[in-house]
Write a protein that binds this ligand. Sequence first.
Ligand code: HEM
Length: 293
Amino acid sequence: MVDSSQQKTLAAFKKEVQVIVDEVEYDELFGYQLSRGEFFDEEAYERLLIKLLTAYDWDLHAAEDSLEKILEWRKEFDPLSAAFVEEHESKYDDIGFITYDPNGKALEKVVTWNLYGKVKNAKEIFGNNDSDTAGQNAFLRWRVGLMEQSVQLLDFKSPENDYMVQVHDYKGVSLFQRDAQVKKTTKKVIEVFRDFYPELLSKKFFVNVPTLMMWVFNVIKPFVAEKTRNKFVVLSNGSDLVKHLDPKMLGAEYGGQVSKGTQSLKFLFKESKTRYTPYTAHLVGRRIASEID
Ligand code: HEM
């Protein structure tokens, strides 16, 4: 619910949005048009602005500043391309996917899974060394692509599905995996999500975290915004996840009812590559056409 003083802040924000769009020369946020063009959707637009204001405790200037930075980043990084145009190497398929249940519980319909415990050769996934920017970027583009795909499965007009769940499974993880490249890339991804994807997370679970590696959580926490930190739940047993999420969405390894394990829901990841808003469809079509030209 938005109270009357917040309504005033929202109205002031709306006035500034067009100025920011014109200044940055980028007119898209999470698949929605921000100026009143052919694809403008008033309700989704308003919900997105409310999300930004909520992220910054209704501080108008902070929200404006954030929107400007988000649009600048989207213009440069092109997350829609990372999600829907680019081909990523198949080595990432085993460590990340999305499950989506339109009939699932509120705010738990979209779940992004990252099975980072499965990474046995960290250099292959996170880059060989500091000068391997191609390796680091490839991971970042894949991870942001996955994030963007899950964002497009949300429905900003529904209070039932305007936030997602994320799960990190660290089963099989060892201290040796946390090398310099892992730390560097992890920090980069955390910053990108913190600065450019505000108010999208309902809960984030870290499961199968070995007792001996619980301290890593405390090392990483300071890089994350406090509001986000409060949504984190650390579980040493994967099967305890069922105490928090719908058993129908979970494989047996998480105490759920899906017989073949969460992997059997993996096909949904492929589907999520083709599910996006009409405006995203338009923009993705344009990017593909310019590649063919
Ligand atoms: C050693 C192997 C590990 C790898 C390869 C790894 C990888 C990553 C990556 C790539 C991220 C970026 C965010 C994302 O992708 O969603 C991340 C975030 C994070 N990881 Fe790990 N991690 C490891 C170990 C751990 C352990 C043992 C913990 C302890 C709980 C932990 C806790 C966290 C936390 C709290 C975040 C921040 C999440 C966020 O900002 O959304 N990580 N990790």
